[in-house]
Design a protein around this ligand. Sequence first.
Ligand code: BES
Ligand code: MN
Ligand code: ZN
Length: 521
Amino acid sequence: MEFSVKTGHPEKQRTNCIIAGVFETRRLTTIAERLDKASDGHINNLLRKGDLEGKAGQVLLLHHVPNIPCDRVVLVGCGRERELKDKEFRDIIKKAIQAVIQTNAIEAVCFLTELNVKSRDIRWKIKQAIEITSEILYTFDTFKSKKDKERRALRRLIFTVPTRRDLPNGERAVLEGQAIANSITLAKNLGNLPPNICTPIYLAKEAENLALEFESISAAILDENDIAALKMGAFLAVAKGSQFPPRLITLEYRGCKEHTRTISSTKVRTKDGVHPQTIQPIVLVGKGITFDTGGNSLKTPAGMIGMKYDMCGAAAVLAAIRAAATLELPLNIVGVIPTAENMPGNQATRPEDIVTSMAGITIEILNTDAEGRLILCDALTYCERFDPDVVIDIATLTGACIAALGHHTSGLFSNHNTLANDLFNAGITSGDRCWQMPLWDEYQDALNSNFADIANIGSPPDGGAILAASFLSHFTKRYHWAHLDVAGTACRGTGRDRGATGRPVPLIIQYLLDRCSKITK
Ligand code: BES
Ligand code: MN
Ligand code: ZN
């Protein structure tokens, strides 16, 4: 799909389809008004006959509009103008694009980006429209021997901007929108792959491919011996039961040229005049459990379905770094991905085993199904060597987070208020929202162990999402840290109709973009 921007009047477009809005009740937008004038009142005549009220999401497909050179007009109900906010705009775009796809139009010109959405600019509207279109067109049929031969004509979608002065802004929005949409697609594809194919080594290969594709990205892959040499006892305990060996993936994106450090050395040189925040990297950590059986604390058959998505944190990190490199963001970003498979068996960790983490903290593993925090705690200790500005981990960590927030909102935990607020705001802007939950000291008692420094599950288990985050907080004391629990948001549906959503890629990229605009200010 090709996206672009232009200026122009609706009544002059020579194209297969134009998209224009109508407010409730039968009130024309400026664009629809122009079409009406040019067609001697044709649009208003139709509305008067009652074919379109203008309720949000209604659509009416018109052919042969008098004096209008385009083949079709899709009229979309936009609801009440004053109530047009983020969600309404997204719904309107979705309905409009779905209607266009039903037709045979190869090219469409969309005027809906000229609708007023409270406190949103043209850039936001174009980016959202591209993400939504890409979401509608997404299919994953790699493993179908007969591909769905549903023929789609639509090839080009053109968004209009009000004036020529808006063109550069619009073009940047198209670039960003496409980079975000492509990243989301990458995250979805990785998530949807079956766990016999998407193994830790497969994810490592994916990271190496990014490094080959982009000059600005380098990758380092550590194997089980390297992981043992780093004394990552918690990480290794999770990997032991699987025939697939674990990997610790490090990706480094260098978008701020003054940053002279590489993965192997630890010195940072700050050049005069460069904001130190642009030097210290943003570190993204992603949980990469390629399948979670629960290990010897085995899940039920129903509870195991969907556990191929337990690497969606890892996928989000790969995808976000890809977007940063595509957009050449002036930031330094490090991605750290501990990846393993959680299997039961006679080689696997037992409940009541005690392991020593890289940080030296001993952990009594009382439930092998609480494995995410075990691989993450060592990865989080490893992050210290990057002298991070902030560390953000992304993990499908707890069923309890789904119980608390459902499937619309990711759980947010942080030891730093500014970071938490920045992520919250990036969620609002992108529509990929998160909500902060507490990390107060009172919760720590539940993690006490009789025999080791801490236990890997809580007793009592209530507030499980908070307890998991509290566990991680032991390993993040040396830097500003946030944790996103995406168990409820990284995939949708249940059982057989589950599918990856690509979340929280939009949120992370928005956070990165916000960081960039802070530097230039
Ligand atoms: N990967 C799961 C969390 C999960 C559950 C994600 C459901 C998506 C849907 C995680 O490793 C897990 O098993 N967590 C346990 C923790 C418990 C044993 C303390 C859980 O949530 O039940
Ligand atoms: Mn588990
Ligand atoms: Zn898991």
